[in-house]
Structures are given as structure tokens and as C-alpha cells.
Design a protein around this ligand. Structure first.
Ligand code: CAA
Length: 263
């Protein structure tokens, strides 16, 4: 692959978008390679993913403006679908995905971070949806996911004004869970991923599915989704071992709570 690197570190897979000369902008090739990378993740040995960008300046500076500049209406729609398909694959991926946002997260960069389960960022991170300044709408899910994450009023303000926000404001409005000095960001993401990976993997996957699927339907349907995924856990070794350890009062083996805090 030319623009994506993938490294496995224990139970954790780290996906790096690696096109620093263009501030990791997403062209068709990057999107295709990201799609193939996700397809190749070994679900037997991996329990969490981290998504980040190469270099110390940019996570992802958006969809590739050069590539988009000559698109027709039909081609624009197809390019939107290409991005949406791979972002949706990330969002519904069976494993939790942490976005470690290490700089610019503009347009498609903000959008890809919002397709991840959890966002943490460096102090130099900048978020924004600058599309209307380029004569387009956000096209990789921004009009939908930003409103769901920070509320319609704040999302509309950010999108209509095309104003970028810094890390501290992204934290204040709930777009990111924590802000770290740049040099600590990846370690903090790995620490969080390791904390996730220490827990029962099928239970964690079922939690992701229950939250994601439940948010799409009304509460009566959502709790039925939860009941089924809760029930599934009782067929797992983890449930037998986890509850057995508790009942045997085996303090060593009890699941540990790993706190994570903003710095
Ligand atoms: N697409 C293509 N190339 C990009 C890019 C993008 N989104 N963002 C940056 N680059 C390229 C620049 O063209 C430049 O390339 P050259 O060295 O070959 O000239 C290189 O990356 C470095 O960029 P700058 O020289 O501009 O760096 P800077 O530090 O002066 O500015 C920046 C950084 C503020 C992020 C600026 O690059 C910028 O504004 N980028 C565009 C951000 C943007 O508008 N993103 C949204 C795109 S639209 C979108 O994403 C649609 C959608 O929803 C699907």
C-alpha cells in the first residue's frame, strides 16, 4: 500500500493514513486502501483499532480538493458514496476504533474521526467543516454525524460558518473525549486501547453493536437489541470465567477498571 500503514501491537491494530505531503488528504486511492486495510484486519487476534495520521501537523486535511475540482454532478455523488461506504465500514466495524487526531481534522478529516467510536486529540488539533467555503456541502457524513455528536445547533453553526475550532473548544462541545500534548497522544490512545483489550472481547463488540444499532431505532426496539446481545454473552467462556472469578473472590483475576482521564 502506498498511503496506509498498518501495524499490530499486541491486541491493538494501528492504522496510519500516510500521505503527509498532502496533509493526509483523502483521494480515491487512500479511500480504497483504507477499505482494503479494514478488510484485512485479523478479527481473531485484534481487539481494538487506532486511526491516526502520519506526521506532526495533520490528521487528515479533508477530501482531496484537486481530485474533486473537476467532478461532474454524477461523479461528485459517486465520490461521496465512496467515502461514505468506507466510513460506514469503519463505524460499523466489529471492533472499537479510537481516532487519535494529531493535527488538522478538516472536512473529510473531521468526518472520518466522527466515524470512529472515540476521539482523542493533540493540543494542536484543529477541527472544522470548511466545505461551504469551497462551494460544496460536507460529503462524507458530516451533515449527519456532527449533529448527532454535538447537537444540531452547534453542528449547524460550525457547518454554515465554516469556522474551524481548536482542541479546547472541540473538548468543550463534546467532539473529543480528551486533549493531550502531541508527543503523548499515540501512547494515550494505545493505553486506552489496551484498557479496552483487557476486557471480554465479545462483550465489548456486543456493546458497540448495541449502542450503534440502538441509536437508529426507538427505545422499545433498542432495549430488545440490548437484550439479545446481553443474552448472547451467556454463551461465551468470558462470561463463565469473569463471573466465576468474581464468585470465587479471586481478586487477581477480577476484571480491572482502568480509569482514563483528561490530562
Ligand atoms: N486536498 C488536497 N491537497 C491538500 C488538502 C486537501 N484537502 N489539504 C492540504 N493539501 C495540500 C496542499 O495543496 C499542499 O500541497 P503542495 O505542497 O503540493 O502545494 C500541502 O497539502 C500542504 O498544504 P498547505 O501548503 O496549504 O499547508 P498550510 O499549513 O499552509 O495549510 C491547511 C494547512 C489550513 C490545512 C490548508 O492546507 C487547507 O486549508 N487545506 C484544505 C482544508 C479543507 O478545506 N478541507 C476540506 C476539503 S473538502 C471535503 O473534505 C469534502 C468532504 O466532506 C468529502
Amino acid at each position: 500500500m502506498e498511503f496506509i500503514t498498518y501495524e499490530q501491537d499486541g491486541f491493538v491494530g494501528v492504522i496510519t493514513i500516510n500521505r503527509p505531503k498532502a496533509l493526509n488528504a483523502l483521494n480515491s486511492q487512500v479511500l480504497d486502501e483504507l477499505n482494503d486495510t479494514l478488510d484485512a484486519v485479523d478479527l481473531e487476534t485484534t481487539r481494538a483499532l487506532i486511526l491516526t495520521g502520519a506526521g506532526d501537523k495533520s490528521f487528515v486535511a479533508g477530501a482531496d480538493i484537486g481530485e474533486m475540482s473537476t467532478l461532474t454532478k454524477a461523479e461528485g455523488e459517486a465520490f461521496g458514496k465512496k467515502g461514505n461506504d468506507v466510513f460506514r465500514k469503519l463505524e460499523t466495524f466489529p471492533l472499537p476504533v479510537i481516532a487519535a487526531v494529531n493535527g488538522f481534522a478538516l472536512g473529510g478529516g473531521c468526518e472520518i474521526s466522527m466515524s470512529c467510536d472515540i476521539r482523542i486529540c493533540s493540543e494542536n488539533a484543529i477541527f472544522g467543516q470548511p466545505e461551504v467555503g469551497l462551494g460544496i456541502t460536507p460529503g462524507f457524513g458530516g451533515t449527519q454525524r456532527l449533529a448527532r455528536l454535538v447537537g444540531a445547533g452547534m453542528a449547524k453553526q460550525m457547518i454554515y460558518t465554516a469556522r474551524n475550532i481548536k482542541a479546547d473548544e472541540a473538548y468543550r462541545i463534546g467532539l473529543v473525549n480528551a486533549v493531550y500534548p502531541a508527543e503523548e497522544l499515540l501512547d494515550q490512545a494505545k493505553k486506552m486501547a489496551a484498557g479496552i483489550a483487557a476486557n471480554a472481547p465479545i462483550a465489548v463488540r456486543n456493546c458497540k453493536k448495541a449502542i450503534n444499532d440502538g441509536l437508529q431505532v426507538d427505545m422499545d426496539q433498542a432495549i430488545v437489541i440490548e437484550e439479545k446481545l446481553f443474552g448472547d454473552c451467556f454463551e461465551t467462556e468470558d462470561q463463565k470465567a469473569g463471573m466465576g472469578n468474581f464468585l470465587e473472590k479471586d481478586k487477581e483475576k477480577k476484571l480491572k477498571v482502568v480509569p482514563f482521564q483528561n490530562k
